[in-house]
Design a protein. Structure first.
Length: 103
C-alpha cells in the first residue's frame, strides 16, 4: 500500500465511493495526473497542473473541461478540446479513485 500526502482545499467535498458520480473532490487529480493530464502538463507524478479550484461551486474542475488557458483563441478550438477532454478523462463515468482518504 502506497501512502501519499496531498493538499486538499478545506472547502472541497468529501471523496465519493468508487463508482459514484464525481463531486469535484479532486482526490484523483491531486494524487496524480490522468493520461491526458500527463501529456498536457508534462508531469507524471503529484498533483495535476491542469486541476483548478472553482471558488463559485466549491469544487475542483479539470482545466481541460473549461478550456481555460486558451485565451482569445477561437471558439471552435475550445469546443473541440472540451468535447474530447470529457471523453479522455471519462467525465460523468463515476469516481475511479480507490484511494482511502484520511484527515
Amino acid at each position: 500500500m502506497r501512502v501519499q500526502t496531498i493538499a486538499i482545499h478545506p472547502a472541497a467535498p468529501s471523496k465519493p465511493a468508487f463508482g459514484v458520480a464525481c463531486n469535484g473532490c479532486g482526490v484523483c487529480c491531486l494524487a496524480e495526473p490522468c493520461p491526458a493530464g500527463q501529456l498536457l502538463s508534462l508531469k507524471r507524478r503529484g498533483a495535476c497542473r491542469l486541476l483548478q479550484w472553482d471558488e463559485a461551486t466549491s469544487r475542483y474542475r479539470c482545466g481541460l473541461l473549461s478550456a481555460t488557458g486558451l485565451g482569445r483563441r477561437s471558439a471552435w478550438l475550445a469546443h473541440w478540446l472540451t468535447t474530447r477532454a470529457r471523453r479522455w478523462i471519462a467525465a460523468g463515468q463515476g469516481c475511479d479513485s480507490d484511494a482511502a482518504v484520511e484527515p
